[in-house]
Ligand binder design. Structure first.
Ligand code: FAD
Length: 496
């Protein structure tokens, strides 16, 4: 049977030895097949009922017995990470219950740290599958972090050679596999709707869709919005960072992995100011006027380019020049066929790829989209807390929900992972019984670093990064903010 095909229905699971079942899990390339193979693995080992640290412990015991088993390498790497002192032998935040909304890369990365801290973690993801072909730029520390967590054991070509990018769905699969081995409860097809206050009998809970899902009864101490740029976790005012009009096109083409395709060079960011000749020639030859373009080769040939509005109008991609960008980019104002042609022409001219057939998105349509980045949103604060009936709840936002990136500059994942680790540090503080106002103050000071952070501004020794922010940020001053300054972030019904 072909491990790479992702087709698991025809696998004779009962006849396979356990190490083969693990191989299916390690090589699975879709959400469905990862979960399916992991379920089969747990059944084979008789550990279906276990989760969290108990499951991680059982897997280590049962899958590390033979030197030749691939599971052994992966689990040993995770064990090494689990032994970092910050996690205090998985006792640092033991018993803290965390609900993470969103199974994107940042939500899953945070889940890993929460599991290592000893939390009881659940991740809900509203989509039923991982379908995003688009490719993310990885900062050096994120590559190192993922390598240390065993990414290569789950995706052999992960950052081979000089490659510093990965498609979103492959990254989600890697992170999901790591978190499942650590005992995560992951629930796809479950959407967060609202947070419910405690009553006399229950603690903080969430209203979810479907309404009969058992996690509607899950009571938690921390609610994390890792749900992307349109976050649904309540109470986070957002400020708009308005720049000049920026319209970006993403396009994915089928990668047939031919010798000719392999020979084509990637374009890791050609901004207009650095290479005016390139853009002038593109314009002269095709009429396409761009401000920058990025081309990465992964499962697909992926392009992201920032186009000048007048050139989109001239080429008929945009039907009418409308003042409000929501109207401008409304589907009724976009001529899809012209958009496809624009993307093919720009990609073809820039790379001379021999064949440009569109890859399909999850609607089975050509995977091309036009986005507006004129306004980028940032949450006003990274965390806040509520107290009702004597019960505290911390609410946090991470990743794009905290700070929306401008995709062509590739900052989304680097800053996203930093925000996940910073949030894990806060959850650790909660587990250690630290004062709530102090925690909120500290979280704010750390989060103020994020918008300015670039790889060059981080500590040099990326191998020693941990969830402790001092190991990552340079010149971090955890000056004591007056409690008064975060009073608005702690909303309590306690009088006095
Ligand atoms: P996301 O990756 O956006 O993940 C958020 C997750 O939360 C999603 O899986 C979503 O389904 C889920 N979710 C949302 N609401 C709910 C809810 N109420 N309940 C449960 N689950 C919920 N970056 C680039 O650098 N280049 C690109 O080309 C690029 N393309 C992108 C295309 C799309 C369609 C999207 C959404 C994002 C793209 N990004 C791109 C951004 C990049 O994916 C993020 O910076 C990166 O994935 C880290 O984001 P995240 O985990 O914080 O959020």
């Amino acid at each position: 049977q072909d491990l790479a095909s992702g087709d698991m229905d025809n696998v004779a699971w009962s006849e396979l030895p356990v190490e083969r079942v693990y191989d299916y899990f390690a090589q699975a390339t879709s959400l469905e097949s990862v979960l399916r193979a992991f379920g089969e693995l747990k059944a084979k080992l008789g550990v279906e009922e276990l989760r969290g640290l108990e499951l991680f412990g059982a897997l280590r015991e049962k899958l590390c017995t033979q030197k030749t088993w691939k599971a052994r390498d992966a689990l040993q790497l995770l064990e090494k990470r689990a032994n970092q002192q910050e996690y205090m032998g998985q006792k640092a935040a033991e018993g803290v219950k965390v609900l993470i909304v969103g199974g994107g890369p940042v939500g899953l990365r945070l889940a890993i740290d929460c599991l290592l801290l000893g939390c009881d973690v659940r991740v809900i993801e509203k989509r039923p599958s991982f379908s995003r072909n688009n490719v993310l730029h990885l900062w050096p520390f994120t590559i190192e972090d993922l390598r240390q967590l065993g990414a290569k054991k789950f995706c052999g070509k992960f950052c081979a050679g000089a490659i510093d990018h990965i498609c979103i769905r492959s990254l989600q699969c890697i992170l999901l596999k790591i978190s499942l081995l650590l005992g995560l409860s992951f629930h796809a097809g479950v959407e967060f709707l609202q947070v419910l206050e405690p009553n006399a009998d229950t603690g903080w809970r969430a209203k979810l869709n479907p309404s009969d899902h058992f996690l509607n009864q899950f009571e938690f101490d921390v609610l994390v919005g890792a749900d992307g740029r349109r976050s649904t976790v309540p109470g986070f005012d957002r400020k708009e960072l308005r720049g000049k009009l920026a319209l970006a096109i993403t396009a994915n083409f089928v990668n047939y992995f031919t010798r000719e395709e392999v020979a084509v060079d990637e374009i890791s960011g050609v901004a207009f100011i650095f290479n005016q000749k390139f853009f002038k020639e593109l314009k002269a030859d095709t009429g396409i006027d761009l401000e920058n373009i990025v081309y990465y080769k992964d499962d697909t040939h992926y392009f992201v380019m920032t186009a000048k509005k007048y050139s989109l109008l001239k080429k008929g991609v945009l039907v009418a020049d409308l003042p409000d960008t929501r109207d401008l980019l409304h589907p009724s104002n976009i001529n899809k066929e012209e958009l496809y042609e624009y993307a093919v022409d720009a990609a073809g001219w820039s790379t001379e790829l021999p064949q440009l057939d569109f890859a399909l998105n999850h609607y089975d349509e050509p995977d091309v989209a036009l986005f507006d980045f004129t306004s980028i949103f940032q949450a006003e604060y990274a965390a806040r807390a509520l107290k009702r009936r004597g019960r505290d709840l911390i609410l946090c936002v991470v990743g794009d929900a905290l700070l929306e990136p401008f995709w062509p500059t590739g900052t989304g994942l680097g800053r996203g992972f930093l925000s996940a680790q910073d949030t894990a540090w806060m959850i650790r503080g909660l587990g250690q019984g630290r004062n709530m106002s102090e925690l909120l103050c500290e979280r704010e000071v750390i989060s103020q670093q994020l918008p300015q952070t670039t790889p060059e501004k981080l500590q040099n020794n990326i191998k020693t990064y941990t969830i402790n922010p001092f190991t990552r940020y340079c010149n971090l001053q955890l000056r004591k903010l007056p409690v008064q300054s975060v009073k608005h972030l702690y909303d309590t019904d306690t009088i006095g």
